[in-house]
Design a binder for this molecule. Structure first.
Ligand code: NDP
Length: 450
């Protein structure tokens, strides 16, 4: 990077931070993209002249609202609801809703920003958005979750629609929550449309949507491994999280002949040296999706190691698939992973690796798939759900899975196209950022001052 360019980045970031104070995750996500784009923008001045970067970091619209609801004891509770409508240059806003006590404006802006590039990479016509609430579904009854979802949608409905903004799930928002949200939207609008994705199969959902993010990440990692003549067969794999993404990641790794030895939640991680086979995975699905218990119960049942308040990155493995949350692999953990022989890190979660951790992976030249490319399978199948809803048909598992595999392959090709360096090393971070940027930026140029 030239001296002048790094000064340019510093000035741009200083301005962004002054305008968006106290939003470290948003700053982190923007900084990564700006660094990747630096040389590309120097070589393509039309984007600089049109100030595309300055525009793309500014959300088109932010909606914040009060969500009042009554708990089972009859007490009035209040949470904050958000929807960030980040960019609609290439399609309606699209991105998940997150219900978690850590949710705030900066976290949702980082997620919405990433979503713009991710959705562009899928090749499908979807803009970027993200939303959610600081509501914590943990420990709440089904009725409380329903009342919360109904109150949330009572405000959100006026801002979304199948051609405007189509939310989906994320942390804390799975099939149960999407059902309650959809039901309320339908009552208020008197309209049955594809306004949300991740719906149940009996009311407009797509097959493979629950599986898509985890499967997609494994498909992406498979493509990366192929560039080095490797496969999942016989590999030991670390997975973090125990939710939607983690569960289907384990399922696909098992199918491809790998062995997953860890899972985690916000309380700690389990290590099962024999591997989490399909039978044990069934138990995890029951534990997390129905009983809504803690991952430590896995260790009690199968008599394996449980480490409280720790993350799994100290365990020895060939591949790591982080699938819990942002900034869950730091620099020290990255060094440990690599020195333990890890050859591939592919991000199921959004921004799970800190910038310092990413630098370790790049310096050591291991295969590193950033979330905006590697976990795009979820939103890709959401896009396919929108298509099926518009056509009022439902495709078979085989059809959707084939399309998902093709999309993940195409995202990999885009990363190779834009991320291959002179020394043949594929920098997937640059590849995903530049590849995702070009389509959105060109659409913005065509549309004038938008
Ligand atoms: P779930 O709510 O189903 O599962 C999340 C898992 O991560 C849980 O095991 C949870 O543990 C753990 N977790 C959440 N927050 C924290 C935290 N602050 N510290 C430690 N552990 C935490 O969510 P998903 O599986 O859907 O999402 C996981 C990741 O994948 C997120 O980064 C999400 O943005 C990303 N993603 C999801 C997509 C999807 O289609 N669902 C699409 C693309 C990306 P606990 O139960 O203890 O909170």
């Amino acid at each position: 990077m030239s001296h002048t360019s790094s000064l340019g980045i510093n000035a741009f970031m200083a301005d962004l931070m002054a305008k968006n104070p106290a939003e470290p995750e948003f700053h982190q996500a923007v900084h990564e993209v700006v660094e990747s784009l630096n040389t590309f923008l120097d070589e393509n001045p039309k984007y600089k002249h049109a100030r595309v970067l300055e525009r793309i970091v500014e959300p088109e619209r932010i909606i914040m609202f009060r969500v009042p609801w009554v708990n089972d004891k009859g007490d009035m509770c209040v949470n904050r609801g958000f929807r960030i409508e980040m960019n609609s240059a290439i399609g309606p806003y699209k991105g998940g809703l997150r219900f978690h006590p850590t949710v705030n404006l900066g976290i949702l802006k980082f997620l919405a920003f990433e979503q713009v590039f991710k959705n562009s990479l899928t090749t499908l016509p979807m803009g970027g958005g993200k939303g959610g609430s600081d509501f914590d579904p943990k420990g709440k009854s089904d009725n409380e979750v329903m009342r919360f979802c109904q109150s949330f949608m009572t405000e959100l409905y006026r801002h979304i629609g199948p051609n405007t903004d189509v939310p989906a799930g994320d942390i804390g928002v799975g099939g149960r929550e999407i059902g309650f949200l959809f039901g309320q939207y339908k009552r208020i609008r008197n309209e049955f449309t594809g306004v949300l994705t991740g719906k149940g199969l009996n009311y407009g959902g797509s097959v493979i949507r629950p599986e898509a993010t985890g499967y997609g990440n494994v498909y992406f990692a498979r493509e990366m491994l192929k560039t080095r003549g490797e496969t999942f067969e016989g590999k030991t794999v670390l997975v973090s999280g125990a939710g939607n993404v983690a569960q289907f990641t384990v399922q696909k790794v098992n199918e491809l002949g790998g062995k997953v030895v860890t899972l985690s939640d916000s309380s700690g991680y389990i290590y099962d040296k024999d591997g989490i086979d399909d039978e044990k995975l069934k138990f995890v699905m029951y534990l997390k999706n129905i009983k809504r218990g803690r991952i430590s119960e896995y260790a009690d049942k199968y008599k394996v190691k449980y480490v409280e308040n720790e993350r799994p990155w100290g365990e020895k493995a060939d591949i790591a698939l982080p699938s819990a949350t942002q900034n869950e692999i730091n620099e020290v953990e990255a060094i440990t992973l690599v020195s333990n022989g890890c050859m591939c890190v592919s991000e199921g979660a959004n921004m799970p690796s800190t910038p310092e951790a990413i630098q370790v992976f790049l310096d050591k030249r291991i295969l590193f798939g950033p979330g905006k490319a590697a976990n795009a399978g979820g939103v890709a199948v959401s896009g396919l759900e929108m298509t099926q809803n518009s056509m009022r048909i439902g495709w078979s598992r085989e059809e959707v899975d084939n399309r998902l595999q093709n999309i993940m392959r195409s995202i990999h090709e885009t990363c190779v196209q834009y991320g291959t360096k002179d020394n043949e090393f594929i920098n997937y971070v640059d590849g995903a950022n530049i590849g995702g940027f070009v389509k959105v930026a060109d659409a913005m140029l065509s549309q004038g001052a938008v």
